[in-house]
Design a protein around this ligand. Structure first.
Ligand code: FE
Ligand code: FE
Length: 166
């Protein structure tokens, strides 16, 4: 079981860094969003993300380890792509896509971490990780719904929504 514990802790350090990167990135995403619902969604997920960071600290504690971050290169890449979309003014549809890539990455990490915590007999940690996993999945689903509505509003030129053409 030592190898699995080692693997678990490595992944925990990775996602701990990833979440901290997101705490910095989400306000930029919110600011760039044109659609109100999307902006509020990013703001809400920022609050959840801060909670994810503190849950991870609790998990470290349950494993008797000090919370430590290991640079998550994958999240750096995803965040960088998001920043490029913002500076290119790529629009809400592109922001939603970037955000979903982030959620899918997190879902993969938390899914494994939750399973491993159970295998290692750390049920409380598994439950905490499961709570975050569920929130990431919910966020992903909300983004899917917005991908349909927000994109339609943009592409319809706003006329169906009662907006006047410029
Ligand atoms: Fe998260
Ligand atoms: Fe997330």
């Amino acid at each position: 079981m030592n190898k699995l514990r080692e693997t678990f802790l490595e992944e925990l350090q990775d996602v701990y860094d990833a979440e901290q990167q997101l705490v910095k990135a989400l306000p930029k995403m919110a600011k760039a969003a044109e659609n109100d619902e999307l902006r509020e969604g990013f703001e809400e997920h920022l609050q959840q993300t801060e909670e994810h960071v503190s849950r991870l600290e609790q998990v470290f504690e349950q494993f008797g380890e000090k919370a430590k971050a290991k640079k998550c290169k994958a999240m750096q890449g995803l965040v960088k792509e998001g920043e490029e979309l913002i500076s290119d003014e790529a629009g809400d549809a592109a922001l939603i896509c970037a955000a979903q890539k982030v959620e899918h990455y997190e879902i993969a990490s938390y899914g494994s971490l939750k399973s491993w915590a159970s295998l290692l007999g750390e049920e409380e940690a598994a439950e905490l990780l499961g709570q975050t996993l569920d929130e990431e999945k919910e966020t992903d689903e909300k983004l899917t719904q917005m991908a349909e509505s927000v994109v339609n509003v943009e592409d319809s030129g706003g006329e169906e929504q009662g907006r006047k053409a410029a």
